[in-house]
Structures are given as structure tokens and as C-alpha cells.
Ligand binder design. Sequence first.
Ligand code: THU
Length: 140
Amino acid sequence: MDDTTPERQLPHLLAAALAARSRAYAPYSNFAVGAALLDEHGRIHSGCNVENAAYPEGLCAEAMALGALVLAGGTRVRAALVAADSTQAVTPCGGCRQKLREFADDGVPVWSADAHAVVARHALGELLPASFGPDHLGPR
Ligand code: THU
């Protein structure tokens, strides 16, 4: 296993997502979310949700983490983890599933954590089956 092996990075993904979650700006929903992504170089990028008074314009933690990954020169997502304090496993919203899909294969693990530990694992392809992607656009 190398540094891009998702399972090996799981403790680090969890720590990064929980740290990011502590920075969330969510005064409207009071639902703080942290996300962490593993890139193809074994680096971890994190993000938190950032809301604002125009409620629909808030940013999801996963989108913020994806922006950090791209800004750092990452081109692929090898694993994702989203952390939130909920009795049910929190998975990325529909829009974020599509955003992740741009940079991740169907088999990429998407872990869910509560405020302390991992509680669920899905493959991205389970969360967004038969998805639309870059290949549908044809050669460009
Ligand atoms: N949220 C995320 O950041 N990621 C998710 O996976 C689920 C929802 C945010 C959006 C909003 O700021 C708050 O959580 C409540 O929906």
C-alpha cells in the first residue's frame, strides 16, 4: 500500500475532516460539516461548509475541499470523507456527488463520519449511479 491507498489514509482523512468541521460557518442551519479528500499524490485537502444570509448561496464542505484540491494541483480524488453530527450517516448532497464525480471513479470510497468516528462507507458509484460525466460530451 502506498500513500494514495484510501484505507491507509482513513485516520488522516477523519482527522482532517473533523478539524475542518470545527471551522464551519453555519449560523443558519447550525449543521457544521467537514470534508476531506485524498488526491492522487496522497495529499489530503479539507473544507467546511460556509453559509451566508442568502441561504441557497451557501457552500458545502465537499465543494470547498474540492476547490482546495484543484488549487493545489490535484487532478483526481481517490477517497472522500464527510463528517457531521447526525444520528444518520451524512453523505454528500446531490450537487456535491456530481462535483466529486468529475474527479473520481465509481469505485472511490466515500466515508461518512459522525463527530467522532467513521459510521458508513459507500462507493461513489452507489451514491450517483449511471451518472453523467465528461465522456458524454465527446471529444473536445
Ligand atoms: N452540507 C454540507 O456541507 N455537506 C453535506 O454533505 C450536506 C450538507 C451543508 C450545507 C448547509 O450549510 C448545511 O450543511 C445544512 O444543509
